[in-house]
Design a protein around this ligand. Structure first.
Ligand SMILES: NC(=O)c1ccc[n+]([C@@H]2O[C@H](COP(=O)([O-])OP(=O)(O)OC[C@H]3O[C@@H](n4cnc5c(N)ncnc54)[C@H](O)[C@@H]3O)[C@@H](O)[C@H]2O)c1
Length: 339
């Protein structure tokens, strides 16, 4: 059965979603909304789509196109309005990250999902990565983690809105790494201390670098170091990772195969260790395709997908907590933010 979908937002990512929805073979695009109607009609023309209702407002397009679900790929400031409206119309929503722009908005979105009984999932597309899943598997062999580090260093010359934002790295990108930390460790955040800063050579107006130290459940410390104005010797977009537990350590450079060394025999100065690597399942869908598969599967079988709003709000709160800590110079209690 093909599920009917209306896309909201016809920017670069809206087009990318349309291509993935077309490619998955299980959905039919029946409508496209953008505040700038011309962008929606242009996207429909460019992608050779037929019989699509377009408009600059959600409700009339939904009335005519009769979708089964909505993809919210508007800019973050619009996510709350679009998602809450769609849920109240009885439609499940899969939306882009970040969930929204404040914790109050995020809680309102979760409540709208509860009250309507409809699924709201945030697409954390970078979770759908075979090597990341393989790394998580290796990490599980280390015992309860005590140390988790992620380094993210790229020299990204985007131009446009990111160059003007207050916290381009933390707000626009770090959600992926913070969310991956929760995924890898299977723990949720409790406290954060963060400092954002902008090196003398930065081409960004806002702070493009940060150090953040999270206290996660069970005593795990997650240390994030990141920079978006760092030229040369780039890390991957997935970050470089080190996980350490009582039985050993596992590393992943964010692109190749992850590796672990676990204690075989404790004797002498250094313990004897076994080396292990894990291969990811290359057949599993990657990125947005993975999000779409999970979302459709949840609709078909009433399961809870990764990124379901009650879960994703915890990754989003890591971003807000880090920014608040950087502003105030104090540790922020993320667990309290979520109450
Ligand atoms: N997962 C990823 O790797 C990734 C990468 C890039 C962007 N994103 C996310 O995707 C989303 C969209 O990003 P983009 O780069 O396409 O942005 P964009 O600014 O190019 O496009 C957003 C579109 O939404 C439209 N819009 C805004 N408010 C609206 C409203 N109320 N109703 C209808 N349309 C509205 C705008 O007119 C614009 O055309 C953002 O949340 C962004 O963070 C995710």
């Amino acid at each position: 059965m093909e599920r009917r979908v209306v896309i909201v937002g016809a920017g670069a990512m809206g087009r990318s979603w349309a291509k993935n929805l077309q490619g998955c073979g299980k959905t039919l695009i029946v409508g496209w909304v953008d505040l700038n109607h011309d962008l929606a009609t242009q996207a429909v023309d460019d992608l050779d789509l037929d019989d699509i209702v377009t408009g600059d407002e959600l409700e009339p397009v939904v009335e005519k196109a009769k979708p089964d679900f909505i993809v919210d790929v508007t800019s973050p400031e619009a996510h709350r309005d679009i998602t809450v409206k769609a849920l109240k119309m009885g439609l499940p929503v899969i939306g882009e990250k970040p969930m929204t722009t404040s914790i109050e908005n995020a809680k309102e979105m979760v409540k709208a999902s509860e009250e309507s009984g409809k699924l709201y999932m945030v697409s954390q597309s970078r979770r759908y990565n075979a090597q990341l899943a393989a790394y998580k598997k290796l990490v599980q062999e280390l015992g309860p983690l005590g140390i988790l580090n992620a380094d993210f260093y790229l020299g990204a010359h985007f131009g446009g809105f990111r160059d003007e934002m207050k916290s381009p790295l933390i707000l626009d990108m770090a959600i992926h790494t913070f969310d991956a930390a929760r995924y890898i460790s299977d723990t949720d955040p409790e406290l954060v201390y963060c400092e954002e800063f902008n090196p003398s050579w930065s081409w960004y107006k806002g702070d493009a670098c940060a150090y953040a130290l999270f206290d996660m459940e069970g005593g795990l410390r997650f240390c994030y170091r990141g920079g978006w104005c760092t030229e040369g010797r780039h890390t991957s977009w997935e970050s470089e990772w080190r996980s350490i537990g009582p039985k050993g350590s596992a590393t992943w450079d964010g692109s190749g195969a992850p590796r672990a060394e676990t204690v075989k025999k404790q004797s002498g100065f250094f313990s004897e260790t076994d080396s292990k690597t894990e291969k990811g399942d290359e057949a599993s869908p990657v990125g947005i395709n993975g999000s779409i598969r999970d979302f459709l599967n949840a609709l078909d079988h009433n399961t809870t997908p990764m990124g379901e709003c009650h879960d994703n709000i915890k990754s989003f709160a890591m971003v807000l907590g880090a920014m608040e800590s950087s502003d105030t110079g104090k540790r922020v209690n993320i667990a309290n933010m979520l109450k």
